[in-house]
Design a protein around this ligand. Structure first.
Ligand code: AMP
Ligand code: TRP
Length: 321
């Protein structure tokens, strides 16, 4: 069984990515699992090429530094030729209506003229990512569930129309509560593409900066810590982060601290300690571009060899090649 997921370099990896996704990927990893930096997905809206290249390298380093074995990671654009070909095949099995119905497309294109065509077709590239590798389980956040569903529909349709090639994938959602909120605006989830970084803790932030961000975290007016996610989402967020870092329960954390100040300092410490090994190891990798490049090239060869036979079969069955 292959588990497979990607992370888009649309910003610096943040605490929510780590606690909600990367850490889990590293812990649950099986022999055949694959994780990748989906850099081709970061071009569907205005982007800066040099910045994108930098963020892709950084994310690759963070994945490895988090404990995902280097032989199970790759960068998407290293498979651009195969993915481009498979995307075309899948676009020929997908209707315009199906693509235009995607919630993310509707939200991101709403009220805009001149949206990139890739914003519409990107879920088909995502289907190609998944189907090329024969993935059975795709761990993603709720916002990506619809895209995995499309991959499922396209896999079935292709198999029924032209012949069995693709594994039909299923989305795997993280347990409820695995959602880290922005420290400055608890109504929003923490996001690497947020415009204002005051409430976003990056995996590579220096310890002092992490501490400052937690000290300034919004905590809804009370004075004694209590775990009330509905009434006090900012405070609940801190308790949940602490619980995730220390393997405890948010309500138990609340009972341990008498003041908001003490709690904030303790959460900052726990996050700094959780991220320290990742930051140190990622920084070391980034300081050794030769090694990072070697890992990247080896990952590309492995992933592309694994997928090639599916692409060839799909082309043959659809009447090409
Ligand atoms: P994204 O940053 O949206 O590309 O998401 C990459 C992965 O990180 C997905 O599996 C998300 O579910 C997860 N993720 C992103 N932000 C958060 C967050 N604030 N809390 C928990 N998980 C998150
Ligand atoms: N689109 C996903 C996101 O923005 C990342 C992604 C790209 C992905 N291709 C994938 C996730 C394939 C799982 C499987 O979060």
């Amino acid at each position: 069984m292959i588990r497979f997921s990607g992370i888009t370099p649309s910003g610096h990896a943040q605490l929510g990515n780590y606690l909600g996704a990367i850490q889990r990927w590293a812990a649950e990893g099986g022999e055949d699992d694959l994780y990748f930096v989906s850099d081709l997905h970061a071009m569907t809206t205005t982007h800066n090429p040099a910045k994108l290249r930098g963020l892709s390298g950084e994310l690759l380093a963070v994945l490895i530094a988090s404990g995902i074995p280097p032989e199970r990671v790759f960068v998407q654009s290293d498979l651009a030729r195969q993915l481009g070909a498979l995307t075309w095949v899948l676009e020929c099995t997908c209707s315009y209506g199906e693509a235009a119905r995607m919630i993310q497309f509707k939200e991101k294109s709403k009220g805009r003229t001149g949206s990139r065509l890739s914003l519409l077709t990107y879920p088909v590239l995502m289907a190609a990512d998944i189907l090329l590798q024969g993935a059975a389980e795709v761990p993603v956040g709720e916002d990506q569930r619809q895209h995995v569903e499309l991959a499922r529909v396209l896999a079935r349709r292709f198999n029924n129309t032209y012949g069995e090639v693709f594994t039909v994938p299923a989305a795997v959602l993280p347990p409820t509560g695995a959602r880290v909120r922005d420290l400055a605006d608890p109504a929003r989830k923490m996001s690497k593409s947020a415009r204002d970084s005051a409430g976003v803790v990056s995996v590579l932030d220096p310890a002092e900066l992490v501490r400052r961000k937690f000290r300034r975290a919004v905590t809804d007016g009370g004075s004694v810590p209590e775990y009330l996610p509905e009434q006090r989402p900012g405070l609940a967020n801190l308790l949940e982060i602490m619980a995730a870092c220390t393997g405890t329960k948010p309500a138990d954390v609340a009972a341990e601290y008498g003041s908001y100040g003490a709690l904030k300092d303790a959460v900052a410490d726990a996050v700094i300690e959780t991220l320290r090994p990742v930051r140190e190891s990622a920084t070391a990798l980034l300081a050794d571009p030769g090694e990072l490049d070697r890992v990247r090239r080896a990952g590309a060869v492995r992933a592309s060899e694994r997928g090639e036979h599916r692409l060839q079969s799909a082309l043959r069955l659809i009447g090409a090649g």
